[in-house]
Design a protein around this ligand. Sequence first.
Ligand code: M6R
Length: 611
Amino acid sequence: MCGIVAYTGHREAFPIILKGLKRLEYRGYDSAGVALLNGDLSVYKKQGKVADLEKSVEGKNLNGNIGIGHTRWATHGEPNDLNAHPHYSQSGDLAIIHNGIIENYDSIRQELLNRGHQFTSETDTEVLIHFIENIQERSNTSLEEAVRLALQKVVGAYAIVVISRQNPKQLIAARKGSPLVIGIGKEEYFIASDATPIVEYTNEVVYLDDREIAVINNDGLSIKNIDSVPKTPYVQTIDMELEAIEKGGYEHFMLKEIFEQPKSIMASMLGRVVADKHRLHLGGLIEYFNRLMSADRIMIVACGTSWHAGLVAEYLFEELARVPVEVEYASEFRYRNPIIRENDVVIAISQSGETADTLAAIELAKSKGAIIFGVCNVVGASIPRATHAGAYIHAGPEIGVASTKAFTGQITVLTMMALMLAHRKGTISESKFREFLIELENIPAKVEKALKLNDQIKYISDIFKDARNFLYLGRGYNFPVALEGALKLKEISYIHAEGYPAAEMKHGPIALIDEEMPVVFIATADSSYEKVVSNIQEVKARRGQVIAIVTEGDEQIKNIADYVIEIPETIEALTPLISVIPLQLLSYHVAVMRGANVDQPRNLAKSVTVE
Ligand code: M6R
């Protein structure tokens, strides 16, 4: 949460920072601000979007070759101009941007108030920069050393960049628990929360590690850990196309990402599934594959949409590889005292690879001796670096806050993992294995076909756009899809929606059903089809409005449901990859029709790096 961009070099800093902030706006958009050094240290900040900041600085002198910028997702203090970053120190000689939470900020604030400091905001961030300056003055030391000493006292998570009027060529950056990437150009440096603001200028990057402090000045880049031990920067070349982070003619990133799914699912399988050679290989699992083979139990930890993908994985691993699976919200797992035995394996699923609760759950499981596999999208993020082994989903940057292509990418990778395990364990026959591989290769074309339903779904969205509640019901593999459909709708259209296993309806939710209640059934031709048909009858008997996602050619439900959306047939275990598509489109169109900001829904941020 919160986006950080900084630049130093030979170009004008402001346009680079502003463009970078727009790319990072998915991380938070409560307010935005920039600090520029051009003799003076000037801070410009504004409540609202980056565009509001841009408007507010029109006509101002924004020259300078060094600067820092921030887009905020509020934690301490409401979103307003004063609480926006950057924040000045007491003297005004330093400015800081920060992503994360300083948990002991209140006691530091009290200490500083006693020493005569005055604060203009309610933020923990302003306290931190005052603290740094106070240490520098009291110890008569360098800014780098003051940052180090201050961070040693700080409890919590941070990614920070500090700029100083006294050192006009210097940027100091540090991280613990929140990501920072440093881009290395020709006599210029970029710092950002992820690589998207950087790729336009350079593909040489260094990912800062936890408890590391980077100093960029006339001598170039140097990195030390918080105990002052020098580190050699590990420069990596990243592979990200500029077009992957632009809208490419679509009205919203979410729509672009929904429509990218045939390609992104294919990318998840590229070089891994070769059906005609009867081959399935996930190289990133190999080193620890034996641990997966001998696992008595798999525990899956994740949040939000990734947790829904984890539920699908529970069905897959249990059915195919005959290993017991437990799926846990990372936020719950980390705060109880989970029993993790020697032969348990943990799979952590995360699009961003930065979700704080998932990261903490991994650390907890590791401390109890578990082997952790990661299923992530963002290459080089904290979670893939914290795990022992894993597989990237290779879906490309997902920028819309509502996760879409990451969900199908995660399911694709988890399916491959379950199949690979089942095949090696011998819990699946050769012919079944082969059938799965062939069908996996068919999935992108079937998703493409499902996307052709867009106009029909738009039509249905128009009918239900003013509904106040929605129910989503499905069974088996389609139960997690029902949860996912409900989450998509509520997070971008603000309509209350609930997902349930269809059979659970009778145990409570049925009381909600009347002629006002749209009920979305995911009722594909699978092992629980007849039972779901009965559930539809029960809703119709109470005059609920039924929208049913069915398998192409279904005749039975057509006669009962109010609206029927026909999707291509596939193997039951692969159904979520297709049945989720109409639900993503439904939520998208309803949100657009209600005038909601689809890519930046209120109160949400793409990567939740706070607890
Ligand atoms: O980056 P992660 O997959 O770890 O994120 C987990 C959730 O925050 C995320 O899936 C969230 O629920 C999305 N907004 C759902 O669309």
